[in-house]
Design a protein around this ligand. Sequence first.
Ligand code: C5P
Length: 250
Amino acid sequence: MSDDSRPSPAGTRTAAVIPAAGRGVRLGPGAPKALRALGGTPMLIHAVRAMAASRAVSLVVVVAPPDGAPEVKSLLDAHALPERTDFVVVPGGDSRQESVRLGLDALPPDYDIVLVHDAARPLVPVDTVDAVIEAVREGAPAVVPALPLADTVKEVEPAAAPGEPEPVVATPERSRLRAVQTPQGFERAALVQAHETVTDDVTDDASMIEQLGLRVVVVPGHEEAFKVTRPLDLVLAEAVLARRRLNDGF
Ligand code: C5P
């Protein structure tokens, strides 16, 4: 057994919060993104199983669409989930940030490490989850899994007028950039403090910790932890699942 697959050492308990309250409009019309099927199973169930696959995670808090908590609860009840993990469903908010905060509010006091994981990343491997937890246990207030970029990134300014091209203002050095995934891992107290003090709109939780001036570190991400955002991502996700089934001998 690797160090990463240990259950929690005495005194540390890890919970995962899964914000799943978004509509996912970029995927096109239909059910909320988290409830879309992947290999016949809702994406959210894959994401919950991915967190519960870590022996360190003993509680998963799912943040449902504001009016969808009963439906999400029934969904969790209808699918096989590991017995050693507890599950809670709470209604979410208007923004991802608010949804995460509502998930944090639902945590019992005895959890001191929190993962925040997008429902839209259903296929993250357990080794990535464990690596994030391990880095928090080793003392980082915030940990993000991340990958180097294939594309060069340009910073642009808004176009002078609608329909005009956007002027490029800078090209950050690609070798220093990382594409950040989830689960992101946190010392609970740091994440709670961040949610109490940072009011700017953010696109990931770790940037709130950066704004507090606390240390955020990177561990290697995984190509299968990609976010299902556009229709083509669903095709890729189905292919990854098919490959896993083949490899697992299903
Ligand atoms: O929109 P985006 O893909 O960045 O959303 C990331 C995650 O945040 C998704 O899992 C989505 O369900 C969640 N979210 C949420 N509450 C919102 C908006 C998004 O839980 N109000």
